[in-house]
Ligand binder design. Sequence first.
Ligand code: SAH
Ligand code: SF4
Ligand code: F3S
Length: 483
Amino acid sequence: MKTHGACRPPSRFAPSLTSRVLKPSPTVGYLSEMSSTPRPTVYIETYGCQMNVADSELMYGTLAAHGYDAVDAPDGADVILVNTCAIRDHAEQRVIGRLGEMRRFMKPDSIVGVTGCMAQRLGPKLLEKARHVSLVVGPDGYRALPQLIDNARNGERGIFTTFDLEEHYEDVVPRRTDPVKAWIPVQRGCDYRCTYCIVPQTRGSERSRQLHEVVREVRQVVETGTSEIVLLGQTVNSYNDGANDFADLLRAVGAIDGVKRLRYTSPHPNDFSDRVIAAHAEVDAACEHVHLPMQSGSTRVLKRMLRRYSREEFLQCVDRLRAAVPNLVLTTDVIVGFPGESDEDFAETLTAVTAAGFSDAFTFKFSPRPGTPATRMPAEEMIADDVASERLARLIQTVRAQSREQNLSLLGSRVEILVERLARDGALLMGRTRNWKTVLVPGEASLINSYHTVELTGTTGSTFTGTFVDQHKPMRQPLPMAS
Ligand code: SAH
Ligand code: SF4
Ligand code: F3S
């Protein structure tokens, strides 16, 4: 793995102050001394992708098993953990700012830790930068957290940034906060080496969980009343546990009683084998939505990104998916301003967005990440910020116009939604269709986590408003008055 400049090379051979031998037991250290005192509290703030959300649930689970109570604000928590993302510089700057703010919430004996991808990337530098931080723990070190926290209470600042190719936290019961959807990591790490991307450095090599372990976890989840499952991995459809591929996994999870909606993120176009596409098409629970990161529509740029597909191969993948799954909605990720991207290359990205018929996109300006090959491309190829900003604005405009046109054509149709939560203003419910459209409907909070048919009555272009048209329509008419 290549590294660059001042960054510590996160590697599985990196020295660490702790090791996997430190499998903590529920009675060690701090807690055993505190049996008559109130349970200590932990607050975790999560940045980055769904993998980090799932990891925070595992951290809460690990700490709950060691007697901690979760709290939903940092103010006065005994332990404050910031689970970080390193994907773009902006993501890291936000965390640095937030870490500084955490000082305000600390009691004299609070422990502050940094976990996740930035912890893995920066290691001891974080301890040097932030004196109030006592622990730095990468994605494969979370089972050491209780022990590291105990050590920190004894004045020992700790780092755990060793990769562990066996680590899937199988024995940890995650503390899930979303009753509607369960995020299930099925793969950790990444074996692609896209030239802009920091993830292989922060998450290590790709490894898949055993299919039977995933099935066991999903069975447990559906028993609690959750019926939507999202399988997670950096290139989730390259899943392979030695005996089963992603097609087998989709079929096995889709066959579990109680799984009504099955999603996965993010697949890589090259890993959409005919078997995987057929499984998606044939598994009833698999939703009619795929988030398929494209990154660029120019073959020249894709080559320099080391995405390992051309524009034509990407669009063929789109065609194969659309042919197999009727009414499929596709969303994507796109980077603009990658080194060397010309006006013509960018124009190809815009036409590819249209050719693929994307309904939505996460759009990013290229952010150089230390140690990645893209940072070593010739300086004269770096794209000026104003050029990248202008391209980003045009891309967003293209995606919005396309999404608006698609959504207008859906007005008046009837669709199934799963009610996820109260909408932000609290007066409406937010539900989602199988194909990932957001619908706001008037209704009571008791409808959260239930399925309903709604008619789509309006759209802002990106989200819909709707009304219930099924038997669950809330009864609002007053009862007849007795005469
Ligand atoms: N594993 C996923 C991507 C995970 S990162 C995949 O391969 O598709 C999420 C998104 O962040 C990427 O799809 C990419 O669009 C964006 N991204 C990653 N590194 C970036 C960088 N250095 N600058 C800008 N965007 C980046
Ligand atoms: Fe990064 Fe590429 Fe791996 Fe995705 S596939 S995590 S973009 S290296
Ligand atoms: Fe960020 Fe790490 Fe996810 S870098 S996007 S939190 S894998």
